[in-house]
Structure formats: C-alpha cells, structure tokens
Design a protein around this ligand. Structure first.
Ligand code: CP
Length: 317
C-alpha cells in the first residue's frame, strides 16, 4: 500500500479483517518493520482517539513518532496558490509539506471540511497536496470527505460481533448543536456497501449524502421503519450536503435521538458511534451504557485498523 485515503486502498475486505484479527491477537508481531522509521502525524483539527490509537499503532510496529498540531504552536499555513501573503499566515503549505516530509518516512494527516467551499472540501485539497508534494506515503486520519481508519475499525467491530453472514446495518442521522462534516457517514457508507451488508441509511429530508457514497444503500426517511430488525445501529450527525444548504444545520429534532424507543424495534441491535458523542442529543445515556453498546470496543479497534494500515505501508517502503 502506498497511500490510504479510502476503502479502495485496502483491497479485499475479508483479507483485511483477517489480518486485523491476527494483529489483534499479537499486536507486536511486526515490531521489526518500523525500526528507524518515523511517522509524522499532522493535525489541522482536534483529536483524542485518532491521535492516541495511531501513535500506539506506530509504537506496535517499532516506529518513532512526531506529532504536529498546526493550530497550536506552528506557523499558520496558507493553502491557496496565488495568494499575496500579507495577512496572518506567514508560511505556505507548499514549503511546509516538503520540509515536514524531510523529517519522516510516513505522514498521517487530519484535515476536516471547512464548509466554506464544497468543491474545495470534496476535492480534498489539503490531503492531496500532502500526497502530491511530500514524496512520502500519506494516510488519512480523517479528511474532508472520508474517515477510513474509523470505518475500517467499524468493519472489524461488526465482523467480531455479527451472528449472521449479512447483518442489517442502519446508519442513522441524529441531532447535534453544531454543523459537522459528512466524512464519517460518507466513509461508513462506502465501507458498508463494500462489505455488502444489508445496509440502510435514515435521516430527515434535506440530509441526503453525496450519491457516490450512498451507492446501493436503501434510504428510508422513517427512522422507526429503518430500525425494524436492525442488527447494528450506527448513529452520527452530519450537516446538509445538498445544494445551497451545504454545511448547514437544518434540524435539531430530538425525536431522532437514539433511545430505547427506536432500539425496541431492532433485532436487539448493537449500538455504535465513532465518538466523541454528545449524550442525550445523539443517543440517550441508557442506550450508550447498555450491554449492547459497542462504542468502547469500536474505539479500541482504532489501534488495530491503524496497525494494519501502517504495517502495509511499511511493507511497501
Ligand atoms: N473517532 C475519532 O476519530 O475520534 P477523534 O476525533 O477523537 O480522533
């Protein structure tokens, strides 16, 4: 593997999950691969799980790790070519990227959607600049449109807990006070479609995702109907994608908050969320604390998905 930005980079999902479970059983097995190799993790946005799990994955593989928080202590970066840099950004990303690359062997990047320009976000300008100008393998630690390390961990978690070959998996929109990117639901949809589960997406009208991610999923606007017989419920908020509403909060309807009411019509479904989660907005205390909640094992599997991805990148260096 050279770069890791979406499900297409991981290849056969059965083999990837098998490799993940092998690594989970012996996570230091490939400790020799990272000797004298350095991972640089570049964060344009905050993180708890991605920062810690990716760092742990690199340590599992014997790598050294450098972390840079662009907005805390680094120079503010200009990202557009042609800008007269007489403002508050003293460094251009086109110098910063090759300089950063000169100190490492592999680069992880977190750069969320800005909601200022849909094309800029969906073209993945920042992530692609790292791929184009670093000369290093680059992997996404959540970019504007996808969060593949999370989705891979979600897939591993479902495979560990499913009791039938093709479970019913429901992705449900849930309310949130702020506008959140579509990266997690886009990516989750992409991986669930690739896994060929019985996959349903439910959200209020106006929250349609980019059709390239919806793929063959069934879209059901009635949340209770969508939940019927579900084996896994994956809750997430996202802001509107379509048209002039891009990046807008159209609803804070708390009847969409996942509670015992909706879970009662499922097939005793497991509850999933990528975290961080706003309790009693996205999900009630009772559901997230229930024995069917997988939010902690799901987060723990972030170490495993990152270890598989870094291992494959190191094998290809
Ligand atoms: N799920 C996830 O990516 O968490 P962080 O934003 O804390 O990294």
């Amino acid at each position: 593997m050279r770069h890791f930005t979406s499900v297409k980079d991981i290849g056969n999902l059965d083999l990837a999950v098998k490799e993940a479970l092998e690594i989970k059983a012996d996570r230091f097995k490939y400790n020799h691969l990272g000797k004298n190799k350095t991972l640089m993790m570049v964060f344009f946005n905050s993180s708890l799980r991605t920062r810690l799990s990716t760092q742990k994955a690199a340590l599992n593989l014997g790598m050294n790790v450098i972390v840079l928080d662009i907005n805390q202590g680094a120079w503010k970066l200009e990202t557009e070519r042609g800008v007269i840099m007489d403002g508050d950004k003293p460094e251009h990303i086109l110098e910063a990227i090759p300089v950063m690359a000169s100190y490492c062997d592999v680069i992880g990047v977190r750069s969320f959607a800005r909601f200022e320009d849909k094309k800029y976000d969906y073209d993945e300008v920042i992530l692609n600049q790292f791929i184009q100008y670093s000369g290093r393998p680059v992997f996404s630690m959540e970019a504007a449109t996808r969060h593949p390390l999370q989705s891979f961990a979600d897939l591993i978690t479902i495979e560990e807990h499913k009791t039938k070959a093709r479970p019913k998996v429901v992705l449900t929109w849930a309310p949130h006070p702020k506008a959140l990117p579509q990266a997690v639901p886009n990516s989750f949809a992409e991986w669930m479609n690739a896994a060929d589960y019985d996959f349903v997406i439910t959200h209020p009208e106006g929250y349609e995702l980019d059709p390239q991610f919806v793929g063959n999923a069934k879209v059901e606007y009635d949340q209770m109907k969508a939940f019927e017989g579900a084996d896994f419920v994956y809750a997430k908020n996202w802001a509107a994608y379509s048209g002039d509403n891009y990046g807008q909060v159209l609803s804070k309807d708390r009847s969409w908050t996942v509670s015992d009411r909706q879970m009662a019509v499922t097939n005793d479904a497991h509850f999933m969320h990528c975290l961080p989660v706003r309790r009693n907005m996205i999900v009630t205390d009772d559901v997230i604390e229930s024995p069917r909640s997988l939010v902690i094992p799901e987060a723990a599997n972030r170490e495993i998905s990152a270890t598989v991805v870094l291992k494959r990148i190191l094998e290809n260096l």
